[in-house]
Write a protein that binds this ligand. Structure first.
Ligand SMILES: Cc1cc2nc3c(=O)[nH]c(=O)nc-3n(C[C@H](O)[C@H](O)[C@H](O)COP(=O)(O)O)c2cc1C
Length: 186
């Protein structure tokens, strides 16, 4: 099987976002995996109109990236127990591109729950997009404490947690790719 393509999407544009530290860490861990190609996608860099919505404002490069992907990793901060509106605005630009692909979500929060609420809030959105969620998450709680000023990870336990998350996501991405390529839809 050719390499899987699993990009990492940083889901906030906030100045000073700590989610970028988490996303960079997850990206580096993904890059270490054999048989997996990845790319770092910052939603700041996806051209988006604010006076329109949905597929009619599709960005060709983002659409092609999702079309190529076998799985997606979303790194998402919890904002008022929900997800950043800009992430939803970006995700809504595609639809068919997501179908029967795997997605894993990493939550980031100031509080202790590591974005558990934002992950739960995203699940119905993922389902409607046709993505297949996995049952492992990475919860980066107390984000101000677990990353140093330069974004260095201070809590080594996240190495093992992220490895488990990637194991599952890679397996699901492989299974779904096999299905897309070999099993005709009903
Ligand atoms: C608009 C807004 C709402 C927030 N709401 C929550 C929240 O509901 N729960 C929480 O634990 N942290 C909340 N935070 C803090 C973020 O989770 C925290 O800044 C964390 O570092 C992740 O976001 P960041 O990537 O923007 O830094 C909020 C931050 C902002 C800017």
């Amino acid at each position: 099987m050719a390499s899987l393509f699993i990009p990492v999407i940083l889901g906030t544009a906030r100045k000073g976002r700590r989610s970028e530290h988490a996303a960079r860490f997850v990206f580096e861990e993904t890059r270490k995996r054999g048989g997996v190609e990845t790319e770092f996608v910052d939603i700041c860099n996806i051209p988006m109109r604010l006076d329109d919505a949905g597929e009619q404002m599709k960005d060709p490069a983002f659409s092609e990236l999702v079309r190529r992907a076998d799985g997606l990793i979303l790194v998402v901060p919890e904002y008022n127990h929900g997800y950043p509106g800009l992430l939803k605005h970006a995700l809504d630009m595609n639809l068919e591109e997501y179908i029967h692909k795997a997605v894993g979500i990493c939550g980031v929060s100031a509080g202790p729950f590591g974005g558990a609420r934002v992950i739960e809030a995203l699940l119905p959105v993922m389902r409607e997009l046709g993505l297949v969620t996995i049952f492992n998450d990475v919860n980066f709680g107390h984000a101000a404490k677990i990353f140093g000023e330069a974004g260095k990870l201070l809590d080594e336990s996240f190495v093992g947690r992220t490895a488990k998350f990637l194991d599952e996501l890679i397996w699901m991405s492989r299974v779904l790719r096999y299905g897309r390529e070999n099993i005709a839809p009903a």
